[in-house]
Design a protein around this ligand. Structure first.
Ligand SMILES: *Cc1c(COP(=O)(O)O)cnc(C)c1O
Length: 368
């Protein structure tokens, strides 16, 4: 299949420099969008076609559009960072492109070629590069590629028409006032995903399934939900938008090991999670994937071998876990403070993304 070229139809009325700067002074997350978007269509028999860069704006959908009823939708999230020389680079867009293909397969949607995914991101960031925040801080331009079923009709089947879209949103530092640990509610009655389900696909349906548990976490005074496996309610999976890591320190040997739950099919394979397996080794820590039970989490925290816990994902990069609460009780990680291994990993990964540290893994995709 040939890669469709993306036709440039830029806006005649982009936001003024002054208006843009006002937004960039305090962008928040996902509240403001750049001047443009990229759209590419797919129809059965024809494949991918009609790639366009157009002014950012509403999509017009028939009320019977398939996605509105049966949720055949997938998305991605990745960031572009301003580099020290003023250029712009994206972090591992190829990994997101491949995961987008895996999500598409799970939801019986057509796979967008990796190079088309990257080209669409490139074209949008190139057009809207003035929206990429200045170098130095943790600010970035967040890219949100997504695909929806656009066939009109209420029949339940894989659609014969799809729309791929990329939008971009400037993102401020996740922790405006310094890194702060989050509190976690251990949901023992609600699950996010089941074996054989779509927990390993990045699809809106998984998020819809998580909102009620998230609201329950808030009632218990917690910021985030940690999900356990759906069968035994025993194995720790993820936070529903971030993956988890456990830091083990062997004081006698002076060694550090970071452990993340194994991808069993009901967890999302985070790009940040994957990157940290390597970054940890760069820093001289051991890193591994393993099944971690909730009992082990509690016991190892109690006996002092499990010294820190953190969550990771594109939006926050790394977030320390402070308090863990469940119906059965509550405990605190690393005295409720961000742990030193957590902060070191966070800094190391951010330095690669911001172009301060050398990109030894070939993760940064430069524009132009
Ligand atoms: C996106 C996502 C993550 C984190 O993945 P990253 O690629 O690191 O951003 C974790 N869990 C779920 C359910 C997600 O959707």
């Amino acid at each position: 299949m040939t890669t469709p070229t993306i036709e440039l139809k830029p806006s005649a009325h982009p936001l003024s420099e002054a208006e843009r700067q006002k937004i960039l002074a305090a962008p928040g997350f996902g509240r403001h969008f750049t001047d443009h978007m990229v759209t590419i269509k797919w129809t059965e028999g024809r494949g991918w076609h009609d790639g366009q860069l157009v002014p950012y704006g509403p999509l017009s959908l028939d009320p019977a559009t398939n996605v509105l009823h049966y949720a055949q939708e997938i998305f991605e999230g990745l960031k572009a960072y301003r580099q020290p020389d003023g250029s712009v680079a994206m972090f591992r867009p190829d990994a997101n492109a491949r995961r987008f293909q895996a999500s598409a397969r799970r939801l019986a949607m057509p796979e967008l070629p990796v190079e088309t995914f990257i080209e669409a991101c490139d074209v949008l960031v190139e057009q809207d590069k003035d929206w990429v925040p200045a170098h130095g801080g943790e600010e970035s331009l967040y890219l949100r590629p997504f695909m929806i079923a656009t066939e009109v009709g209420l029949g339940v089947k894989p659609a014969n028409e799809y729309l791929f879209v990329v939008i971009a949103s400037p993102a401020g530092a996740y922790f405006a006032g310094g890194v702060r640990p989050v509190s976690i509610w251990l949901s023992e009655n609600r699950v996010r995903a089941v074996p054989g389900g779509m927990g390993d696909a990045k699809t809106g349906g998984n998020y819809a399934a998580s909102l009620l548990a998230q609201a329950e976490a808030a009632v218990h005074g917690c910021d985030q939900v940690a999900y356990l496996d759906a069968v035994e309610h025993k194995w720790v999976e993820e936070l529903g938008g971030m993956n988890l890591y456990f830091v083990y320190e062997d004081a006698a040997n002076g060694t550090t090991r970071i452990v993340t739950p194994t991808l069993t099919g009901s967890l999302l394979a985070g790009v940040t999670r994957d990157s940290l397996l390597s970054v940890a080794r760069d820093l001289g820590y051991a890193s591994q994937e393993a099944r971690v039970s909730i009992d082990q989490w509690r016991a190892d925290t109690g006996n002092g071998t499990l010294t820190e816990v953190f969550a990771c994902g594109t939006a926050a990069v790394i977030t320390p876990v402070g308090t863990v609460k469940s119906a059965g009780g509550e405990w605190t990680q690393s005295g409720g403070e961000p742990g030193k291994v957590t902060l070191r990993l966070r800094e190391a990964l951010l330095d690669i993304q911001r172009g301060i540290a050398e990109d030894t893994h070939g993760w940064m995709h430069r524009l132009g």
